[in-house]
Design a protein around this ligand. Structure first.
Ligand SMILES: [Zn+2]
Length: 144
């Protein structure tokens, strides 16, 4: 680990310690931690990621000073990682397959005149398949 990332991680851990667990997700601290961990690999071959290292420092400073505009900066870095480094958002397939499940459930429920049963079946089928594929994507290190 380089000195930069060591320093950033320590500052982030200090911040995380200040917040109860349920606030961390809302504030995006868990995501920020994953972004930093990911960038520790991606910065080596990517000028943009190297450039964003300063932005990450700014984000941390903003959080330390309770400046909420850090969320916009974080979206910028996240968008870069998703697009240029071909990563997926957490729960990406779950969201897609749940929508598919609802659609299939509505269609079959209408055809067989039993909407509640088929809708329920469609949703649970979508959640099951979606979370399975999400788990595979995570295992393959494709999820931010
Ligand atoms: Zn990059």
């Amino acid at each position: 680990m380089t000195e930069y990332y060591e320093d950033i991680q320590l500052r982030l851990i200090d911040i995380i310690d200040l917040y109860p667990e349920k606030n961390r997700k809302k504030l995006g601290l868990d995501l920020l931690q994953r972004i930093i961990e990911r960038m520790e690999e991606t910065y080596k071959g990517c000028d943009t990621c190297q450039f964003y290292q300063d932005l990450i420092e700014e984000i941390i400073t903003k959080i330390e000073n309770d400046d909420k505009t850090y969320k916009k900066d974080m979206r910028t870095v996240k968008a870069h990682l998703l697009k240029e480094h071909h990563l997926l958002e957490e729960g990406f397939f779950m969201a897609i397959f749940m929508i598919l499940g609802v659609i299939v459930g509505i269609v079959l429920g209408t055809v067989f005149s039993n909407l509640p049963v088929f809708l329920g079946f469609g949703i649970s089928f979508g959640v099951t398949i979606g979370s399975m594929i999400d788990a595979i994507a995570k295992k393959k290190n494709k999820v931010l």
